[in-house]
Design a protein around this ligand. Sequence first.
Ligand code: FAD
Length: 297
Amino acid sequence: MQPSAIGPLQMTLPISFEFFPPKTEKGVANLRHARQRLYALQPEYCTVTYGAGGSTQDGTFAAVAEMLAEGMDTASHLSGIGADRQLVRRQLAQLRAMGVTRLVALRGDLPSGYGGHGEFRYGSDLIEFIRAETGAHFKLYAACYPEVHPQADSAQSDLQALVAKVRAGAEAAVTQMFFNADAYFRFVDEARALGLDVPIVPGIMPITSSTHLLRFAGNCGAEVPRWMRLRLQGFGDDVAAIRDFGADVMASMCQRLMDGGAPALHFYTINQAVPTQAICHRLGLTQAAETRVTGPA
Ligand code: FAD
């Protein structure tokens, strides 16, 4: 199937790309290659995830430093669970010295068997601390959950958790992955009804394999619609067909999100260029970036 641009060129829609810190030399090289290709799409910024309990601190900060040195505005994720104030204070000083100006501040998830939650119980506690320590230096992003965080007492209390994060100083929120645009639209309406006016940016997970998709989605409480699961199963081991189908489905969802007023798109790249490029290409974002690079004819 030939990829096709399904919508008009979106010249001004900001996009951002999320990467994770690789564990091996090969992974580091793969990430370098992937992000260089994705930089061509001219993201507003990129981000690097952070393992709860500080498990990836060195890898996260090293990747952030490399990307900043490449001229890419790069946010570090930072999680509070299992940490104490002294550690976070040191990390904030280090990130500032590196030139980081954006942080995705999260509670994080501790691996089972890990001790208590430390001095930051919720994402809002970490955000409040960062604001108190560093004033307006960092632009802070919080996480939010259109399909409700798996540990939430209720959808309402989870929305209140976002309210708390914004009151504590988050200037924007990025959603967990979802595969149903209506869940996003309803969530945004409910947030607006509570007086939240920060941008709520959809987090987009490209589909590369049926197994990965179901695992990622299952872990974070995102629902994969039945029709999508069945279609994916029907492709068996045909990776190319899965990727084409996945890019079509996600591009259609992105187009709906943009038409419905989403302020930006944040892509969970899983450190691969092609799946995200395929979605952006279908949206016309590739051409938009090329036009920006070369200037109008
Ligand atoms: P919180 O907002 O603290 O919410 C956690 C749970 O507590 C929710 O169920 C909420 O409803 C509940 N809650 C919050 N406040 C209260 C309260 N006052 N009283 C009672 N209940 C409350 N994880 C990582 O480890 N590293 C990453 O880099 C990372 N990046 C992410 C990026 C994005 C865009 C997203 C959406 C998630 C990311 N995560 C990451 C996952 C995230 O850490 C987990 O989803 C985590 O379980 C929740 O983090 P949070 O900051 O949203 O927590």
